[in-house]
Design a protein around this ligand. Structure first.
Ligand SMILES: N[C@@H](CCC(=O)N[C@@H](CS)C(=O)NCC(=O)O)C(=O)O
Length: 219
């Protein structure tokens, strides 16, 4: 059976889980304890030489990097979540990369400093936080405009580009990123978050974060 290695609070891991759910796949979600060094063991490093999550083990086929995993699962299952025509592929990749490299990078800066740093007692990098917020102000209006043209990023059907961005923006509330000014984006997000591929993972990122914080307080 397909195994997905990760944690509940990782956007790349959740991207893979959302895709696997959208494809209707059965899989085992193998939770790894990063703080306890479980991603640095000899056996884990054989799967991912940098000790990162997610990794999948698909009956012995090992793969890392969430977008590569998502594309592999989609192709293996002959799904149209990723297109097959040349220009459609190019446009799909455009929105996947825009989501990952611009919005994803900015969200990582914000969530590291506002969400993770307080939990792991790491210092807050105020410049990185400021840059992250400035990048979001610059790049989110571009997504908002795109979603005024289509229901989804690349047209009238949900695709990997949407699932990718959904996973990236999942920690928005936890990171105090106010998306309410982006009406199309908010509508798009509410629609996706109500679907089973998402609710099968969690009700919201904030819910999972609160549960995690509560369990840390008990220990
Ligand atoms: N580009 C990678 C990012 C993987 C990544 O950075 N994962 C983080 C969690 S979100 C991780 O493994 N962090 C633990 C570490 O670096 O030790 C992907 O999309 O899979």
């Amino acid at each position: 059976m397909l195994k997905i290695y990760g944690i509940d609070l990782s956007s790349p891991v959740n991207k893979v889980r959302f895709v696997a759910n959208a494809l209707g796949l059965s899989y085992e979600f193998v939770r790894v304890n990063i703080m306890a060094g479980e991603t640095q063991t000899e056996s884990y490093l054989k799967m991912h030489p940098a000790g990162k999550i997610p990794v999948i083990d698909d009956d012995g086929f090992i793969l890392f990097e969430s977008t590569a995993i998502a594309k592999y699962l989609i192709a293996k299952n002959n799904s149209d979540l990723y297109p097959s025509e040349l220009k459609a592929i190019a446009l799909e990749d455009q929105w996947i990369d825009f989501g990952s490299f611009h919005i994803g990078t900015a969200m990582t800066r914000v969530t590291f400093n506002r969400v993770l740093a307080p939990i792991i007692n790491a210092p807050v990098d105020t410049q990185s936080l400021k840059d992250g917020l400035a990048f979001l102000d610059r790049f989110l209006p571009i997504v908002e405009t795109q979603l005024s043209k289509n229901k989804f990023l690349t047209g009238e059907k949900m695709s990997l580009a949407d699932i990718n961005l959904l996973s990236i923006l999942d920690p928005a509330e936890a990171g105090d990123v106010n998306l309410s000014g982006y009406q199309n984006l908010t509508k798009w997000r509410e629609n996706l978050m109500s679907q089973e591929f998402y609710t099968k993972c969690h009700k919201s990122f904030t819910d999972v974060l609160q549960a995690m914080k509560a369990s840390l307080q008990k220990t």
